[in-house]
Design a protein around this ligand. Structure first.
Ligand code: SF4
Length: 480
């Protein structure tokens, strides 16, 4: 166990009562990179270091003016100053998902940084194929995803998660609630028989697998459910986490434990340095449900809890919809940023029309480009198989590419400097310099393959205009 003194087997009542480790907050990666910090604690016993001596998290580091290795990496990759990243982390406007259990490709998410893309993979009850899931993880990374969510619900999902985590360098996210509900269905006959202690135990166990962020459905409480019931829905409830939790609450007539015992959840997040991604269980699954009362209610609750999480030293992201028509995207982004005090915004899509199954990666890319341009920080990809089937590795690849294109288009507005790549492409096209064009292309192998497949007689031009290549004709008379 990497953290002596961190025990996950205890039931939450014992842990809350003893409060023994409530101040434990260790960024192990940071410690490894800070011999001076470790040195400062040498007068204390090692067990003391890991148990009840307060050790700084990445947020408290930032608030104390310390620039960690992770902040330096993010600053270098994004072309911003280290202090910009430090201030962003300190204020909760930027998160850097880390894990004490695993080294990952460091990725900053939030204000002033490039829009990041997540790819979600995982088995279902119908399709369980571990090699294929590992291939999906590989394709996601190959296509340039920034993070990976492992959401298996079929087969030996714990083993699958372990193997995916072991085979990717990306930050990995998960939804512990799925496992808790599915185990209840398997052992006790129905998801509504889920035991609250199991939910928290599984959350800690998944953290210890080396997951960097977790989508947790904290914002569904009785107020949210009441609004959902009063208003009704055209497209029902499409979030699995939202549906499981709502059904559990109604069946058991109990408050959502993730809301009712949020302090205990934060303890687990702190102990394992997990970034909390506040789930969007009420997201619209149909355009006509966008921005409805249940979704706004959940956002307001999540916003309040997000402030508390940040205050307690837990990095936090807030998730957003869903299915949203283009003319409501700006409202959603502004509302979310305003009520959460500019926490990083994780936009799920959004899907901007409901009538293009088979092309939903493109539909979502339109929504993602607009939402990114308006301030969304993190985009969850959508594959062409959305609403139809579990995606294949090839569809995972295509989904990531579509989202990366969208993120770049958004960043061209949000972060003007990313237009430099487009300038380079413009010049390369003007100069008919094909290698330079491929070097800038988001998916160079595809661009190269299409050209190679239909090579022109004149190697400078392409088969679109052939001998009448407009660029070549003008270049004979002009030097731009
Ligand atoms: S042939 Fe036409 S499309 Fe192709 S490079 Fe020349 S101008 Fe562009």
């Amino acid at each position: 166990m990497p953290f002596p003194g961190v025990s996950d087997g205890q039931k939450r009542e014992e842990r809350v009562n003893s409060n023994k480790f409530s101040l434990v907050q260790i960024n192990f990666t940071c410690l490894l990179n800070k011999p001076d910090l470790v040195q400062n604690y040498k007068t204390e016993s090692l067990s003391c270091l890991y148990s009840n001596v307060y050790v700084m998290s990445i947020i408290t580091d930032a608030q104390n003016g310390i620039v960690t290795e992770e902040m330096k990496i993010v600053a270098w990759e994004e072309g911003v100053t280290e202090d910009f990243v430090r201030r962003g982390v300190a204020q909760g406007h930027i998160v850097i998902p880390v894990s004490p259990y695993r080294k990952v490709k460091i990725c900053g998410i939030g204000e002033g940084l490039r829009t990041k893309v997540n790819a979600s993979i995982g088995t279902s009850t119908d399709i369980v194929n571990i090699p294929e899931e590992l291939e999906k993880a590989r394709q996601a990374e190959l296509a340039g995803a920034d993070t990976l969510m492992e959401l298996s619900t079929g087969g030996d999902f714990i083993e699958i998660r372990k193997q995916v985590i072991a085979n990717t360098t990306l930050s990995v996210g998960c939804v512990p609630l799925y496992q808790a509900f599915i185990e209840a269905a398997q052992k006790d006959g129905a998801v509504v028989n889920m035991n609250e202690d199991d939910l928290f135990r599984i959350t800690a166990e998944q953290a210890k697998l080396g997951t960097n962020f977790m989508a947790i459905h904290t914002g569904i409480n009785w107020e949210t459910v009441k609004r959902l019931r009063n208003q009704g829905r055209h497209g029902g409830l499409v979030s699995r986490g939202g549906a499981f939790m709502t059904a559990w609450m109604l069946h058991n007539e109990k408050e959502n434990p993730l809301y009712a015992e949020f302090d205990y959840l934060l303890e687990i997040m702190k102990e394992h340095e997990v970034t909390l991604s506040m789930g969007n269980g009420m997201r619209a699954g149909a355009i006509h449900d966008a921005t409805d009362r249940a979704a706004v209610q959940e956002l307001l609750i999540n916003a309040e809890l997000a402030d508390k999480a940040h205050k307690d030293g837990v990095q936090v992201i807030v998730e957003g919809p869903g299915h949203v028509p283009i003319d409501e995207i700006a409202t959603n982004v502004q509302l979310m940023k305003r009520v959460t005090n500019n926490k990083p915004f994780y936009m799920l899509g959004p899907i901007v029309t409901d009538i293009a199954p088979g092309y939903d990666d493109r539909v979502a890319a339109i929504g993602a480009a607009i939402s990114s341009s308006l301030g969304a920080d993190f985009i969850c990809y959508v594959t062409p198989a959305e609403h139809l089937a579990l995606p294949t590795p090839q569809e995972v690849f295509e989904g990531v590419i579509s989202s990366r294109i969208a993120a770049h288009i958004g960043d061209m507005v949000k972060l003007k400097k990313t237009r430099e790549a487009d300038l380079e492409m413009g010049h390369a096209r003007r100069d008919l310099d094909w290698e330079r064009q491929f070097a800038v292309a988001i998916n160079a192998p595809r661009a190269r393959a299409i050209r190679k497949e239909r090579m022109p007689a004149d190697a400078d031009a392409c088969t679109m205009c052939g001998d009448y290549c407009a660029i070549k004709i003008v270049n004979r008379h002009f030097k731009f």
